[in-house]
Ligand binder design. Structure first.
Ligand code: ATP
Ligand code: MG
Length: 368
């Protein structure tokens, strides 16, 4: 990609918006496709295309106006991806997405290639569940803990049988000590750059906060990085990807899932690292050399969910009292409960103490 050329993005959420903003910083033009004209990315791109991301004709139109196409959402149907990649370079490539889109094929890929993960299997109904407690996940179209159910017993599973309306996998519940993620970028020529390990706290299946570097021993961090590098290479991925992992008390790492795109746990890199994950993704898919990933100072990211808007626009002035804090809002018009509306990042010495104070801060932001 050269300045003046156009990067096309399939999907118009906050991830697309942040990629587009970074791409503009490189002097590129941007286009994005989403069914909602007022979505986060369509507000900022040069060429907004209104249409469903699973509609081939709309995706073909995106390809037409773009020089390179990428995506911010990995669940775009394979036939649509094929139409795009016939016309313009598309990264990551459809073969990578085919492995990842279906949780069962993703798990089989991990198993065949010797990557560690929790015990799992296919499940069409409660009778396929071999143990309790167990987590059941729809094979396709889950995110932010949606399309998942946790069952503690057979009676419990019988009550929650609606999860099985679509094909599922079961997973043994992992008694993890910590959740961590490796965010890395792989360039078209195979070069890989890895960000410092991120430590993640989830609530109700949704990411709540991330701190980086993770507070884990150096050996575990090194093994996590090696795992993620191996995954990116084996997949032949191009672009940013995140590998979510469970770290057990004995130091064992298990892969939870792979996200073949920029990731919520990498948001801290915008502000804390020499090159943000968003610019890095643009560079990787655009055929540029990767930027430096060096982190200037410890960082914390806290997600702002729609619930925080229950009493009206939160009182952002309170964030000013936190040294090194910056607010990012995604421009979403309506704040539904659970919806990711924005996040704040704290970079510097305050990050560590703010990790423990996140709930207090969210409480203070909320209008009563
Ligand atoms: P997202 O897209 O936000 O990452 P998702 O819907 O793809 O979420 P998962 O990552 O599979 O969902 O699960 C969400 C969270 O639920 C995990 O981060 C973890 O906290 C918990 N979880 C999922 N699977 C397991 C498991 N096998 N054992 C223990 N906890 C789990
Ligand atoms: Mg996840």
């Amino acid at each position: 990609m050269r300045p003046g050329q156009t990067l096309g993005i399939l999907g118009g959420g906050q991830l697309g918006r942040l990629i587009a903003q970074a791409a503009k910083g490189l002097g590129w033009r941007t286009a994005a496709l989403d069914s909602d004209r007022s979505c986060p990315a369509l507000q900022v791109v040069d060429v907004p295309i209104v249409g469903a991301v699973d509609d081939a004709a709309s995706a073909i139109e995106l390809a037409r106006v773009s020089d390179v196409v990428t995506l911010e959402w990995e669940l775009i149907p394979a036939p649509v991806l094929e139409e795009v990649s016939k016309r313009k370079p598309l990264y990551p490539q459809p073969v990578v997405l085919a492995v990842i889109q279906d949780r069962l094929t993703q798990k089989e890929f991990l198993r065949k290639n010797g990557f560690p993960q929790t015990e799992y299997g296919a499940a069409a109904g409660a009778e396929d569940l071999p143990c309790y407690p167990v987590i059941v996940k729809r094979r396709r179209h889950g995110y932010d803990g949606k399309g998942q159910a946790r069952f503690s017993s057979a009676e419990d599973a019988a009550k929650g049988a609606d999860i099985f309306a679509a094909p599922c996998v079961w997973e043994k519940v992992v008694p993890f000590a910590k959740e961590v993620s490796v965010v890395l970028a792989r360039a078209r020529d195979g070069e890989i750059a890895v960000y410092p390990l991120a430590e993640n706290l989830h609530r109700n299946g949704v990411l709540h906060a991330t701190r980086a570097p993770a507070q884990v021993d150096a050996a575990a961090a090194r093994r996590a990085e090696e795992l993620a590098r191996g995954l990116a290479r084996t997949l032949g991925h191009v672009g940013v990807m995140a590998v979510e992992m469970f770290l057990l008390a004995d130091g064992t790492l298990l892969v939870n899932e792979i996200a073949p795109r920029v990731h919520n746990s990498g948001h801290y890199t915008l502000g804390a690292c020499a090159t943000s994950q968003f610019e890095q993704h643009a560079r990787a898919v655009g055929g540029l050399p990767l930027g430096r990933v060096a982190q200037a100072a410890p960082a914390l990211m806290v997600n702002l969910l729609g619930d925080l808007w229950a009493g009206g626009e939160p009182d952002w002035t309170l964030l000013r009292s936190i040294p090194g804090a910056t607010l990012h809002l995604y421009g979403k018009a309506s704040a539904r409960a659970g919806r990711k509306m924005g996040h704040y990042v704290v970079v510097g010495d305050a990050a560590e103490a703010e990790w423990d104070r996140a709930d207090e801060r969210l409480g203070a932001l909320r209008r009563l």
